[in-house]
Design a binder for this molecule. Structure first.
Ligand code: NCD
Ligand code: ZN
Length: 365
């Protein structure tokens, strides 16, 4: 079976910085990706709008230039959110919006994930002038929705997790305090988050990664498959089922692709494991496998329609740009991934790390 689709958009990915950026961007282009939202958790973070990089801050303008030089100028969209830090001011939001460089801002829970130590607790933003300036200028708030600072037993327990707590206690307060703010709930992993987004007004959307549609925490623990370790961590079967239902609901407009592809050159360390799964080069194949596992027939009009909405059209509609007029083709043929052997260490794609054969391949872009 062949599947010809419009080129798609990855509305949450990590291209990092420095020597390997070109590899990661090339992997995205090779999988029919027309545009990307490139996360700002570089070192130092992308926490300014324009001007030269300094020791403590990069600018959207300078990071964009780096990505362009590494091949990202071939994308028809490149959104770089501003990392919300203690440096962020309402004036920066206004200037960023007026210059056209700023389209989104990213909230990281302090110390909640890779390079998130510059994040400021959500309570300090709610009701404040930065979010109000974002509302006034149509700047999207991208949220890593996990309650920060919890002890282990509250962070991940059978009946609640850092994510379910965030969606129960914190997100409703943001919506109430900022009635015009557009929000993307990023890489959601729980039934609680999926149901929150479904019931929220249209100004709230969500991205879902391939790994959260394919796997549960059991897959991670059985054999300690650390290549599947990302944050928020994969959850339970009932959560995966809720995410699958969310993406498969006919006509749904809120859920869209954001791979959270996150290359790490050192994954396991002596005192833990870097969080992030690399899905560059293989994300549409993984999403297709997840849709099929969830019961979609990608050969039927209905199956193709729900897959296309999720992968290619809902994301652009939410961010307010046109979907791609170009196409790429997937074939129902098995394929394999292999690590990038970089000077800093190997970057292992998730399927390779999981011993997974892809049931699809990319035929042409
Ligand atoms: C991301 C990374 O490696 O930058 N890691 C992850 O586990 N998802 C950061 C993030 O998006 O949380
Ligand atoms: Zn991410």
């Amino acid at each position: 079976m062949d599947l010809t689709l419009p080129k798609w958009y990855d509305l949450h990915t990590h291209f990092r910085q420095g020597a390997n950026v070109g590899l990661y961007v090339a992997d995205h282009l090779a999988m029919g990706c027309a545009g990307a939202l490139a996360m700002p958790n570089t070192k130092p973070p992308v926490s300014r709008i324009s001007g030269a990089d300094t020791k403590t801050a990069r600018s959207i303008e300078a990071y964009r230039e780096e990505l362009f030089e590494a091949g990202a100028s071939a994308f028809d969209q490149l959104i770089i959110p501003l990392y919300l830090t203690r440096e962020t001011t309402p004036a920066m939001i206004v200037a960023g919006a007026e210059s056209g460089l700023l389209r989104a801002c990213k909230y990281y829970p302090p110390h909640g994930t890779t390079n998130s130590e510059h994040g400021v607790p959500m309570d300090e933003w709610i009701g404040g002038e930065v979010f109000t300036a974002m509302e006034d200028h149509g700047i999207v708030l991208c949220i890593h929705g996990e309650q920060h600072g919890l002890i282990g037993s509250a962070y991940f327990d059978a009946h609640q997790t850092a994510e379910s707590i965030f969606y129960a206690q914190t997100l409703p307060r943001i919506l109430e305090a900022h009635p015009r703010l557009r929000i993307v709930c990023e890489h959601i992993t729980t039934a609680a988050a999926a149901s929150f987004v479904t019931g929220a007004p249209d100004r709230v959307g969500a991205t879902i990664t391939p790994q959260h549609l394919l796997y549960t925490v059991g897959h991670l623990i059985q054999g300690l498959k650390y290549h599947l370790y990302c944050l928020p961590i994969v959850k339970f079967e009932s959560d995966r089922a809720a995410l699958r239902e969310a993406v498969m609901t006919p006509g749904q407009s809120k859920f869209f692709a954001g791979t959270d592809s996150a290359p790490h050159t050192t994954k396991a360390t002596e005192c833990g494991c870097a969080a992030g799964c690399y899905t560059g080069g293989c994300a549409p194949q993984l999403y297709a496998m997840a849709f099929e596992e969830a019961g979609a027939d990608l050969g039927s009009d209905a199956g193709r329609e729900s897959f296309t909405r999720f992968l290619c059209s809902n994301g652009p509609a939410f961010y307010g740009f046109e979907g791609s007029k170009e196409t790429f083709m997937m074939k129902r043929e098995t394929s394999h991934t292999k690590p990038h052997l970089t000077e800093d260490g190997p970057v292992v794609p998730l399927p390779y790390g999981m011993g997974l054969t892809l049931e699809w391949s990319i035929a042409a872009s």
